[in-house]
Write a protein that binds this ligand. Structure first.
Ligand code: F6R
Length: 364
């Protein structure tokens, strides 16, 4: 049941801290504070490149997975949606890693991509929430997201569980490839262990998110912007808004805005920026300044330091707890999911069963 929550989505949003903790416990040894992967049927150190594929939110998790695998393990990674990858006839490296991501393990396109990658000589590793699914049966190895059943059609907790697994995989791969020092691993693992507590703090931001939701709910179109690790978060925020509130939303890499989408901006098109402090903050802030100068209503998800830099630009701010840059994108993805939920409440839509959507897409 809904345990007293109004919707499964609200219940599942509140399960983020628990699910992240459960998922990490499978892969982090609390005594040594190191990532301990289950034995893999291939050598992570010998993988020449990875091909990540998935659909929808799981694809966005894959984009963040690429970010971590590239930065921490220096592994070359391709990411594509399964419906494209399966027909793309992409050249694959011998002995490469195919990394499939799926909540249900039954998505037709992802399953077909899995089979194509296997036929192409790849080691098949799947990140799945349903360990007895069709994809599990066809994989060399499964890394389980311990999210429990996800009832709401729009994915929430399964997404952050996927991110938790991918972050650990990037750490294990970095260690195997010799790109990650023991000290750096300790910092990253600590950041992961801090996540459940910080995720729980996000529910204190509800009033601020409701304030933002009132601005978004009035709009017909919304633009989401983020850079680097926050671009996949922007994509996730825009998809969730479309799915459950039926408001048209698009996500752009912040630097792409001036290459076209800026033409859309006026007072009627709110811009939701995912822009915490960090290496790329200044770049994103100047893109936001440009949007502001064109009359755009700017909303920013940020942290305390970022808020100081955005106060004159943004009309509304949601200030998340400080977090290591490695894990901050996970917290921000919960926050944008919470925003979509609050907007849907204002619109009065059927949050758990949005029109035209099915939980598991088993046809092409
Ligand atoms: C988004 C959503 C969908 C799924 C996609 C993949 O909220 O729920 O985009 O992420 O259909 O489904 P799985 O993960 O079951 O392969």
């Amino acid at each position: 049941g809904k345990d007293g929550y109004r919707h499964y989505m609200d219940k599942e949003l509140h399960e983020h801290p628990l699910v992240i903790g459960q998922t990490l416990r499978r892969m982090i040894d609390p005594a040594t504070r190191r990532v301990v992967m289950p034995p893999l049927p291939f050598d992570l150190a010998a993988i020449p490149r990875a091909t990540i594929t998935a659909c929808g939110s799981a694809f966005y998790a894959g984009l963040l997975g690429r970010h971590w695998l590239e930065s921490e393990a220096r592994l070359p990674v391709d990411v594509d949606v399964a419906s494209e990858l399966r027909y793309r006839d992409a050249p694959l490296s011998a002995g490469g890693l195919a990394l499939l991501i799926s909540q249900s393990g039954e998505t037709a396109d992802t399953l077909a991509a899995l089979r194509a990658l296997r036929a192409g000589g790849q080691h098949v590793l799947s990140v799945l929430n349903v360990p007895e699914s069709s994809m599990a049966r066809d994989s060399d190895m499964v890394l389980e997201t311990v999210a429990g059943p996800e009832i709401c059609v729009a994915s929430t907790k399964a997404f952050t569980a996927q991110l938790s697994v991918l972050a650990c995989l990037a750490i294990a791969t970095g260690r195997a490839r010799g790109t990650l020092s023991a000290e750096r691993e300790q910092v990253l693992v600590q950041a992961l262990l801090d996540l459940p507590g910080k995720a729980a703090e996000l529910f204190d931001l509800r009033a601020d998110i409701q304030h933002v939701a009132a601005i978004v709910a009035d709009a017909r179109d919304v633009l989401y912007l983020g850079r680097g690790a926050y671009f996949p978060v922007a994509l996730e925020g825009a998809l969730k808004l479309k799915e459950i509130s039926y408001i048209h939303a698009e996500a752009y890499a912040a630097g792409e805005m001036k290459h076209g989408p800026i033409a859309l901006i006026d007072r009627s098109v709110p811009v939701v920026a995912i822009a915490p402090s960090g290496r790329l903050f200044g770049k994103t802030a100047s893109n936001l300044q440009e949007a502001r100068a064109r009359g755009g209503r700017l909303i920013a998800f940020t942290d305390a330091e970022g808020a100081a830099g955005l106060r004159g630009i943004a009309e509304a701010l949601v200030v998340l707890p400080e977090a290591d840059p490695f894990t901050a994108p996970i917290l921000h993805s919960i926050a944008v999911q919470m925003l979509a939920y609050e907007v849907a409440l204002l619109k009065g839509t059927d949050v758990d069963q949005p029109r035209n959507l099915a939980k598991s897409v088993t046809v092409e």
